[in-house]
Design a protein around this ligand. Structure first.
Ligand code: NAD
Length: 445
């Protein structure tokens, strides 16, 4: 599904007319179709700046260089700002000055990553305010840079979690982060992780379950995980058996036709995983449905169907796998939330309730599973070009896909990239969080 507006904007005569009448002129995003490589920044130039007292700079320099980056002399592909020393309003001024000086050097499709001190209520009030202020800064910066296809994000980190930054830098500064912008993540040492993290993220030898894998985001996720070497169990409803079988064959995985909301599914699924693989390392709870109706018109069955599939089924499957000890140490669970769960949406009280619930669910599970090194996170897609959004009427769809800083819809692969990153060993510092993949959608911004 290509973006017609991007194409029209390139046409010699019509392009200028389109722009003159005020239609957006989105930048075509550079995406990667390849698996991870040891040196993703080989042809990239980077600029690493720091504020006074910053504690992450030497680690960052090391990551950027080991990933193949070279220091920028002119245009900058990757701009990393170590602002971990920010404590005062004067420090914020230093951040302003650096970006004010350098912002024009940032190349199209560039990446900005600001490393910040964690927002912590035990900090003195001004330091806490300054740490939070950096989030506002990055979110606004992302809006200013979006029309050039640049993404800007923030990662907060404590000194004791610096060794968990590598994977985070590689993702947020890499080609996989084309549609994730304006996000703030916290890198913590809470979830147990092996002392030495692998330099490159490989999922070879891992068993991954992806629900709703016959099409759309689930299909892209199954393909992406398989591309990194995971053995994928692709699950979808029995009516999708043909598509599912074809997908599983293509990616060397196993098809599993089950309705996740059926009462006996957790037991059947547990048996399947135990008998065929002895356990599971990665679970992506992607399957989800909408049954849109304004609340006054919504029938109880429409409420129940959505809550059953989008929430109860996930909790029941996880419980069964935990009860049977099927989830392996250092496992990864990713739940597919939605921007509707963050901002709410007209006619979606059922859907938004279920998707917001997942945000609370992963936060609570993350705490419970940290000692086993199992992380739980949610991903909240914005407007993604899938069969689900193809059903939306044309004008609503067109508005939906433009209302973000990058002025275009995301691709299933963009969501799959974020999910896959969260499933890698390098994402061990991220747990209990919800990350949006929405091109910094204006909804719920
Ligand atoms: P889709 O409708 O294209 O695909 C969903 C898949 O889930 C289908 O293959 C379907 O058969 C399967 N599924 C549905 N109910 C199931 C059940 N009971 N058991 C097993 N499988 C079931 O949807 P999509 O756009 O790819 O969305 C995937 C996920 O992302 C959903 O959870 C959705 O809510 C979420 N999401 C999508 C968007 C978007 O813009 N497309 C935005 C926000 C969130």
């Amino acid at each position: 599904m290509s973006d017609t507006l991007i194409k029209i904007n390139r046409w010699p005569v019509i392009g200028p007319v389109v722009r003159a009448i005020g239609l957006p002129n989105p930048t075509e995003l550079h995406r990667s179709a390849d698996p991870y490589v040891a040196q993703p920044f080989l042809s990239k130039s980077f600029l690493l700046a720091r504020t006074e007292g910053a504690y992450a700079s030497s680690r960052l320099a090391d990551v950027l260089q080991r990933a193949g980056g070279r220091e920028a002399t002119e245009s900058v592909d990757i701009f990393v700002m170590d602002a971990t020393g920010c404590r005062t309003v004067a420090d914020l001024r230093a951040v302003y000055s650096v970006f004010h000086e350098e912002i024009r050097r940032i190349a199209r499709n560039g990446r900005v990553l600001l490393i910040a001190p964690p927002v912590d209520s035990t900090l003195d009030p001004v330091a806490a305010a300054v740490a939070r202020g950096l989030e506002g800064f990055v979110r606004s910066l992302a809006k200013e840079l979006g029309r050039r296809g640049v993404t800007a994000n923030l990662a907060s980190v404590q000194p004791q979690s610096l060794d968990r930054l590598d994977g985070v830098v590689r993702f947020f500064c890499g080609p996989q982060c084309a549609y994730v912008s304006g996000q703030a993540v916290h890198v913590s040492a809470e979830a147990n992780a092996p002392a030495a993290l692998p330099l490159t993220a490989t999922l070879a030898g891992k068993v991954a379950l992806v629900t709703g894998a016959a099409r759309g985001i689930g299909l892209a996720t199954a393909e992406r995980l398989a591309q990194e070497g995971a053995k994928v169990v692709a699950l979808d409803i029995p009516a999708s058996t043909d598509e599912l079988t074809a997908v599983a064959k293509r990616i060397g995985g196993s098809p599993l036709a089950l309705d996740i909301a059926a009462p006996d599914t957790p037991a059947q699924l547990a048996r399947f995983l135990k008998e065929n693989f002895g356990g599971v390392d990665i679970v992506v709870h992607n399957a989800g449905v909408t049954r849109d109706r304004t609340l006054a018109k919504m029938e109880a069955r429409q409420w129940e169907q959505v809550l059953d599939i989008n929430l109860s089924a996930i909790a029941a499957i996880d419980k069964r796998m935990q009860d049977e000890g099927l989830m392996r140490e250092s496992g990864r669970v990713v739940c597919m939330s939605s921007i509707s769960g963050i901002a709410g949406n007209f006619g979606q009280t059922n859907y938004a309730t279920s998707k917001a619930a997942l945000i609370g669910y992963v936060a609570a599970q993350a705490r419970l599973q940290a000692s086993r090194g199992i992380t739980f996170n949610a991903v909240a897609p914005g407007f993604i070009e899938t069969p689900m959004t193809q059903k939306v009427p044309f004008m609503t769809r067109e508005i939906g896909r433009r209302l973000n800083s990058l002025a275009q819809g995301g691709k299933p692969r963009d969501v799959a990239e974020l999910v896959t990153f969260l499933c890698t060993p390098g994402a061990c510092g991220i747990s209990g969080q919800t990350i949006r993949v929405c091109g910094q959608g204006l909804m719920g911004a």
